[in-house]
Design a binder for this molecule. Sequence first.
Ligand code: AMP
Length: 504
Amino acid sequence: MANPLYDTLFGQHHGRATDFLQLQDGQTITHATFLAMAAQYANLLTQLGLEPGDRVAVQIQKSPQALAVYAACVQAGIVFLPLNTAYTADEVTYFVENSGARILLCDQRMADALKPVADACNAVLKTLNEDGSGTFHAKAEALPETFETVPRTEDDLAAFLYTSGTTGRSKGAMLTQGNLLSNAQTLVSEWKFTSQDVLLHALPIFHTHGLFVASNITLLAGGQMIFLPKFDLDVVIEQMPRATTMMGVPTFYTRLLGDARFTRELTQHMRLFVSGSAPLLAETHVEFEQRTGHKILERYGMTETNMNTSNPYSGERRAGTVGFPLPGVEIKITDSKTGETLPNGEIGEIEVRGPNVFKGYWQMPEKTAEELRADGFFITGDLGQFDEDGYLHIVGRNKDLIISGGFNIYPKEIELLLDQEDGVLESAVIGVPHPDFGETVVGIIVAKGDSKPDLAAIKSNIGTSLARFKQPKELIILPELPRNTMGKVQKKALRDQFGDLFSS
Ligand code: AMP
């Protein structure tokens, strides 16, 4: 095949007048219109002097045009580098510099701030706005609606996705055509996507979840997306009757459950709800089923690996677990220090190998060698264990592990207990420096509605099930947990806030 990713996801739809994107204002974009726009963009990128393998950095709002830039890059063999729209000009400087991107595409509102960044990095600055306007689109509009697809192999790079960089500088994960394609094929088959599917898409498209999982699957299956600029509760509820499937982060589902309009009737026709990017509380899973009759299908993946595991489509979707390794994906649980595989049931580092696993970090051979073993296993930095039936449980990030007085403490074990207490909506357990123990445990609690959790009672209740060294030294109530756009709790922010609780 000449360009495996382009031909399989996009090329198959050439000339098809079938609906691809449904927009909030009722407008529809067909496959043919979308591909014509992508071809114009590919022509413009080439005209601007980009060659296969060059990088295009984009920090733009979600829109059909933004997705077409991705398609254009794949067709022209250019590496697509989407950036979180929340990044500041300083942060963008690092990504453009580090990646050597030759074009920086941004929203008009950011153009003044980013022009010096582009200039300093010898990149060309173009604009593409949420409504499709901008210097990039205007120039492309005059160009041909066809483009000769650049030949690529499965081993060629398709995208750089920078990791969130909570432990040092962000790293550019190099994803190949084969990484993306194999994962899309596996997920279409596992989750039974077809051309009849209409996916409610309210995720951002600068992240693997909304960009690759949601969009690639829909493209491969030939289905449609209700393509919303962001998650807006009213709009999602209004659009749900037109959808058959939805993918979301856990906060989407908790917010839906918090609304009385979200009922069994509203979701009756839905085929599938998928959750990922952050842990879905078992309680949310249960409440969702009670309310709608649907069991959310939870899966686990990451920027570097695409998707690794999934609860089964048919068969038991087990709350609080991320299911089984996907076909073709190997997972082992290892000792963080020795790298030895641990006996089943023990908690250890999750390692992953398969066609989904990235090629390494851009221009960071040492970092790559630290995390990607020579035999192909990637050390994810997540800790987990398999239960007796083979379901994978994630107990947290390795870096969130608390070591108190030399003992390992897994925050999840304590969070699960706190979450069951009266008046507790959710919790986050962190380790903070302690003069005697090195680190000690602090529990942050968010109250349910107007309730006022009795902290002394909670301490004593959980004390009956936890060894003394695991018991939180302090419980703190916050109105909400700090989360990023993908719904991940920002434990580092909590550690920064409460780090000096015990300093002498
Ligand atoms: P990202 O690279 O931004 O996609 O983040 C990947 C990380 O999100 C993983 O390494 C996990 O720590 C976390 N994650 C993703 N899916 C899940 C899930 N279903 N349950 C728990 N953590 C998850």
